[in-house]
Design a protein around this ligand. Structure first.
Ligand SMILES: Cc1cc2nc3c(=O)[nH]c(=O)nc-3n(C[C@H](O)[C@H](O)[C@H](O)COP(=O)(O)OP(=O)(O)OC[C@H]3O[C@@H](n4cnc5c(N)ncnc54)[C@H](O)[C@@H]3O)c2cc1C
Length: 334
């Protein structure tokens, strides 16, 4: 056996679970398919500057996460970005009404969260290691990696978005795979657009009911010192728009989102200097209802499946789910 616990995915859920399990004295290996850590808390280097093309900011409500954020604030991993977000509804842009809770961001981009959680784990986190098949052989898990390597473990914790975990479990644990059907995700087309510097009176605009564009983020305002000459906006398409336009070209998607952003802001945003598009196939859980427990089975071999969907999506939910998943695994393996 190569490890007691194999964790698939080095997003915030997988990394936080790994931290807890390692602290409990367990032997852990984390396999991550990408080069970077943090999953959907993602940052792209664009013209050598960070741009958040996944999660935009995070909030903290649970006391345990509030304490974690306090440590990140103290060590400079994150900062309070804003307390008030503008809101577009009824055809009008509204000033923030709720200033009650801070929204946090990271100066070097949201990927800093993954680096911060993953750094202390060192070599137990292996990047560019995509698990392409999971099987149970003689009571042990056997993961086959895309590059042909085999990893054997006593137990597995799966943290990819539910549809991706489901695909891995279809053969080896069909019951768990079926349970994951209850947790679908929305896609999201995210477009970054770079303009010559503009002074903007808002950090972000939420438009949850719009059919085309649900978010305009003023990415530059998280780190103005890095972008003296430019303004970068991050536009997130509505779930229905992202689904209907799954195969539309980058140019078509960007044009539609920029047109809508121009209407919402009364600015001429039709002609950016540069754009990029990120197509998130599984961006957010469709439901943000009450928390649910991670899926846990002892047959055919110890298995836990978790992720942001256990706590209604979001950064905080992923971190909390990592704690729950670690607790659940420790209970099963006792
Ligand atoms: C466009 C967008 C905007 C968002 N905005 C916000 C926001 O403003 N605020 C907020 O709080 N949250 C936001 N979120 C949600 C937030 O990013 C997620 O809730 C959180 O990051 C999910 O963490 P996770 O660990 O559960 O999953 P993930 O981050 O998805 O981690 C899963 C990991 O598994 C890896 N993986 C998948 N398959 C395999 C495999 N076969 N082998 C190995 N590794 C694999 C993936 O590469 C990934 O790193 C947003 C997300 C998106 C996409």
């Amino acid at each position: 056996m190569d490890t007691e616990i194999l964790i698939v995915g080095a997003g915030l859920c997988g990394l936080h679970a790994a931290t807890q399990l390692q602290a409990a004295g367990r032997s852990v290996l984390v396999l991550e398919k990408s080069r970077g850590l943090g999953g959907r808390a993602a940052t792209r280097r664009w013209n050598n500057r960070p741009v958040d093309h996944g999660a935009q900011f995070f909030t903290a409500k649970n006391p345990q996460f509030v304490a974690q954020v306090a440590r990140w604030l103290e060590s400079g991993v994150c900062h309070e970005w804003t307390r008030g977000l503008h809101h577009f509804s009824g055809g009008q842009l509204h000033e923030p009404t709720d200033h009650s809770h801070p929204r946090y961001a990271c100066r070097s981009g949201m990927a800093a969260l993954g680096r911060t959680l993953g750094g202390p784990l060192g070599e137990i986190v292996q990047r560019e290691s995509k698990v392409s098949r999971l099987a149970v052989v003689e009571g042990q898990w056997q993961a086959t990696l895309e590059d042909g390597r085999l990893v054997r473990s006593r137990s597995v914790l799966l943290t990819p978005p539910p549809a991706q975990s489901r695909a891995l479990l279809a053969e080896s644990a069909p019951m768990a795979a079926q349970e994951l059907n209850l947790h679908p995700s929305w896609p999201c087309h995210a477009v970054a657009a770079c303009f010559s510097r503009m002074e903007l009176p808002w950090q972000g605009i939420q438009a949850p009911d719009d059919e085309v564009l649900t978010w305009i983020g003023h990415d530059t305002s998280k780190r103005p010192e890095l972008h003296p000459e430019h303004t970068i906006l991050m536009l997130h398409a509505a779930p229905g728009f992202s689904t209907t336009n799954a195969d539309a070209s980058e140019g078509e998607i960007a044009a539609a989102l920029l047109r809508r952003a121009s209407e919402m802001t009364s600015l001429d945003l039709h002609s950016p200097l540069e754009i990029f598009l990120q197509r998130w196939r599984y961006a957010l859980p469709t439901s943000s209802k009450t928390p649910c427990s991670p899926i846990a089975h002892t047959f055919p071999a110890p298995l836990v499946v978790a992720g942001d969907w256990c706590h209604g999506g979001r950064i905080e939910g992923a971190w909390m789910a990592g704690r729950d998943a670690a607790d659940r695994l420790l209970a099963i393996l006792r």
